[in-house]
Design a protein around this ligand. Structure first.
Ligand SMILES: *[C@@H]1O[C@H](CO)[C@@H](O)[C@H](O)[C@H]1NC(C)=O
Ligand SMILES: *[C@@H]1O[C@H](CO)[C@@H](O)[C@H](O)[C@H]1NC(C)=O
Length: 342
């Protein structure tokens, strides 16, 4: 009797597919190999290589980048985390030459300019600010393989002041700046103040829709450039090396800044308040669209980048604010400026 019921149980288990060895073999899975991780990443980011040699070269770079990312995250001593993003198969050298684009040699020349600073004496500075919540920031854009961060930085600042002065948020054209600002170098780099100067002289900047972004240098389309959608009346530099002056300005509008945005931790930043090691050699341009204080009391700037939404916190970075050095972390307070509108 006991034997029969035991047999019955075994049969039942077998029928239901609950046989222990079967269940075990189903849950036994191995962690993906480095090669599989590379394949996964390639399909996630739509990456295709020309041939097997190229793929092997890129795999070696990917592997070394992923090992670095995992070692920083495992270490856990930093308040920010790194992650795989669109730059995972680029060496840091390739990354800095093709994905940034601020011309550092210019700042000595341009700092000769003494401009008024209209926010010098503002009295009310809120403890935090997020211009996205005020409807003054367009969605994150992607500069691609073109070193025109300066255009994205300038456009985000103009989109901001345009919304604040007119009430309407309009996505504006980086490509017009890349093609038409004769004093900059298009995909090979440039400066925001030069872009603001062009927008003033051209009586405005057209929309993204009218003059879409192509991520390559082109010739200026005068027809498209002659139908501006947003105008500015001037631009001013924030007094250099003062995070408190920068705070005054960002309390009032989104502000263009240059910083050293080319280190490995910057390349793979994923979340948290960035406090990575960086110098103050200005290589990249972004737009400060707010500031705040983290849960642990860390003060930060909120920056809008132009590296798509897979970089950082959906395309944004929180970077440490009010550090010991006057020039700010990564030199963020060295060369800030903003457009003005009537
Ligand atoms: C493989 O592709 C790379 C990159 O496009 C190219 O430079 C190289 O000459 C190619 N090699 C072969 C063997 O086709
Ligand atoms: C700020 O205040 C100082 C001292 O009163 C004054 O000299 C300066 O012109 C003011 N700046 C602005 C932009 O109003």
């Amino acid at each position: 009797m006991a034997f029969m019921s035991k047999l019955f149980l075994y049969v039942l288990i077998a029928i239901l597919g609950l046989w222990p060895s079967k269940a075990q073999s189903r849950t036994l899975h191995e962690a993906p190999t480095m090669l599989e991780k590379h394949e996964q990443w390639m399909s996630q980011f739509g990456r295709v290589y020309a041939n097997e040699t190229e793929k092997q070269t890129r795999f070696a770079i990917f592997k070394s980048n992923l090992e670095y990312i995992e070692s920083v995250n495992r270490d856990g001593s930093k308040p920010y985390r790194l992650g795989l993003n669109a730059f995972a198969d680029l060496t840091n050298e390739e990354f800095r030459t093709t994905r940034t684009g601020y011309k550092p040699s210019f700042h000595s020349k341009s700092s000769v300019r003494t401009s008024p600073f209209r926010y010098e004496n503002i009295s009310e500075i809120p403890p935090s600010m997020d211009w996205r919540q005020k409807g003054a920031v367009t969605p994150i854009k992607y500069q691609g393989n073109c070193g025109c961060c300066w255009a994205f930085s300038a456009v985000a600042a103009v989109e901001g002041i345009h919304q604040l002065s007119t009430g309407s948020l309009t996505s504006l054209s980086e490509q017009e700046l890349v093609d038409c600002v004769a004093d900059n170098y298009g995909c090979k780099g440039g400066w925001m103040d030069t872009a603001f100067k062009y927008i003033i002289q051209n009586n405005g900047l057209t929309t993204e829709d009218n003059y879409p972004y192509l991520a390559v240098d082109g010739t200026c389309d005068a027809g498209k450039a002659s139908s501006p959608a947003a105008t500015i009346t001037g631009y001013e530099d924030v007094p250099a090396n003062s995070e408190s002056a920068l705070l005054n300005a960002v309390a009032k509008q989104p502000v263009s800044v240059a910083l050293e945005g080319s280190g490995k931790d910057f390349q793979f930043y994923s979340s948290g308040v960035f406090m990575g090691e960086c110098g103050t050699e200005l290589t990249h341009a972004v737009t400060v669209v707010g500031y705040g204080i983290g849960e642990d009391g860390t003060k930060y700037w909120l920056i809008k980048n132009s590296w798509g939404t897979t970089w950082g916190e959906e395309g944004y970075m929180r970077i440490a604010r009010e550090i010991d050095a006057a020039e700010g972390l990564c030199g963020i307070a060295k060369k800030a400026s903003y457009p003005t509108a009537a």
